[in-house]
Design a protein around this ligand. Structure first.
Ligand code: ADP
Ligand code: MG
Length: 243
């Protein structure tokens, strides 16, 4: 059982404060959804928690169990069990997914026995053409192939807590369903905790959230159950303004 605990997190980028005190707790097997309009700070939140350079933490803490996440470089955060699926996955010429997975498992001190079989099985399960396992990572992949590939990485690396920044961006409806279902299965079968960031509730048809949090202008302005997404669909973000 693991818990990612974000407390009072304030952060700036480019000299501008974007996050104004975020409190969120995600434990193994849970799905927490953060919804917010464009520019609310969703990507900033995911970048700060994962340790992307260029962001400044002004206050607050992020812990994964007893680990002080903010004290670690990004690669050690990954080693500790955090994983970020980026909104726009990076293209990495000359490096294939199978090599990335091999190196990532070795860096975690895990065995690579049976990796080829696992990658093949997971590619079939997520609907990714197996030949893409050996091509340059994300180079010339379609939007759907990129996110299927990123979702496959979750299944292979088995992070304790995954942060998914707009898994739905650039996805057609079939790819969205496949990726969302796989994430949901990982939370149920392997106890992965998920912090799912989105601005559409269509993702929630496959992913069943334990809690929904509405982020507006760098603040969580409401938290609740799935009914919050229905309210949002009805009333829009305008009904949720920071107090
Ligand atoms: P969201 O993902 O919710 O759409 P972001 O976290 O990407 O929002 O952005 C929040 C705000 O931070 C926006 O106003 C954006 O312009 C600003 N921002 C993001 N990155 C930078 C940067 N590198 N320099 C300056 N401002 C930035
Ligand atoms: Mg974003």
């Amino acid at each position: 059982m693991s818990t990612l605990c974000i407390q009072g997190l304030q952060a700036s980028v480019g000299g501008k404060q974007i996050l104004h005190g975020i409190d969120l707790t995600v434990s193994s097997g849970e799905v927490h959804v953060v919804m917010g309009p464009n520019g609310a700070g969703k990507t900033t939140l995911s970048s700060v928690v994962m340790g992307k350079p260029g962001y400044k933490v002004l206050a607050g803490s992020v812990t994964l169990d007893d680990i002080d996440v903010l004290a670690l470089p990004a690669w050690q955060r990954a080693q500790a069990g955090l994983h970020l699926v980026m909104q726009y996955p990076s293209e990495v010429g000359g490096v294939s997914l199978d090599h990335v997975m091999q190196e990532a498992l070795i860096a975690r001190g895990r065995s690579i026995d049976g990796l080829d079989q696992l990658l093949g099985d997971e590619a079939v399960r997520i609907g990714l053409s197996p030949e893409l396992l050996h091509r340059s990572l994300n180079v010339d992949f379609s939007g759907g192939e990129k996110k299927r590939n990123e979702t496959l990485q979750l299944a292979v690396l088995e992070p304790r807590i995954a942060i998914l920044d707009e898994l739905d961006s650039g996805l057609d409806i079939d790819a969205l369903r496949d990726c969302a279902r796989r994430v949901e299965d990982l939370t149920n079968e392997r106890g992965m905790g998920a912090l799912v960031i989105t601005h559409y509730n269509r993702l929630l048809e496959e992913l069943h959230p334990d809690a929904i949090h509405i982020l507006v202008k760098g603040r969580i302005v409401a938290s609740g159950g799935p009914e919050l997404a229905d309210q949002l669909e009805r009333d829009g973000y305008a009904a949720f303004s920071p107090s």
